[in-house]
Design a protein around this ligand. Structure first.
Ligand code: SF4
Length: 151
């Protein structure tokens, strides 16, 4: 709940203030890290590595200091600082902890290896693997890039 509140507060701040975050550890210590591993993917495991904390969360830690360019790239996509919601009034119920809930679904990976090793039953991991195996993630990325370059 604390992370949700911090996110709500951050979303009300001007972007220039949010960008004053100077390291991944601030995101982790602030309870904003989603444990997605994007920082490790961008910087490389020799610079940032995901590890399990004492309380069982998977969080990044710096093995080497990040150069500014790489840090800026991570900040462009890190969900700990970039998550935004739709503007305007919500037309669905607002849960006090989870926020607006338009619909709720239960699911898990049918592959037991994925289901028991990935987070939350592996549904998103399985979907991601499907997109990568079928090459559809490339199509999605290209479509998104084309949309961005049209604006
Ligand atoms: S990119 Fe952000 S949310 Fe994802 S693991 Fe790194 S610090 Fe956490």
């Amino acid at each position: 709940m604390a992370a949700s509140l911090v996110r709500q507060v951050l979303n009300t701040l001007p972007r220039s203030l949010v960008m004053k975050i100077s390291g991944l550890e601030e995101i982790v210590e602030g309870g904003l890290c989603a444990g997605c591993g994007i920082g490790e993917s961008i910087a490389g495991r020799d610079v940032v590595e995901m590890d399990t904390t004492m309380d069982g969360r998977i969080r990044p830690y710096n093995k080497k200091s990040l150069d500014q360019k790489t840090f800026n790239q991570i900040m462009q996509v890190c969900p700990g600082v970039t998550i935004t919601g739709p503007a305007g009034k919500h037309t669905c119920p607002i849960h006090p902890i989870w926020g607006p809930v338009a619909s709720l679904h239960k699911g898990w990976a049918s592959d037991e290896k994925i289901r028991f090793h990935a987070a939350a039953g592996g549904a998103l991991t399985a979907l991601g693997m499907y997109l990568i195996r079928t090459g559809k993630w490339i199509q999605c990325s290209i479509s998104r890039l084309q949309m961005q370059t049209r604006h």
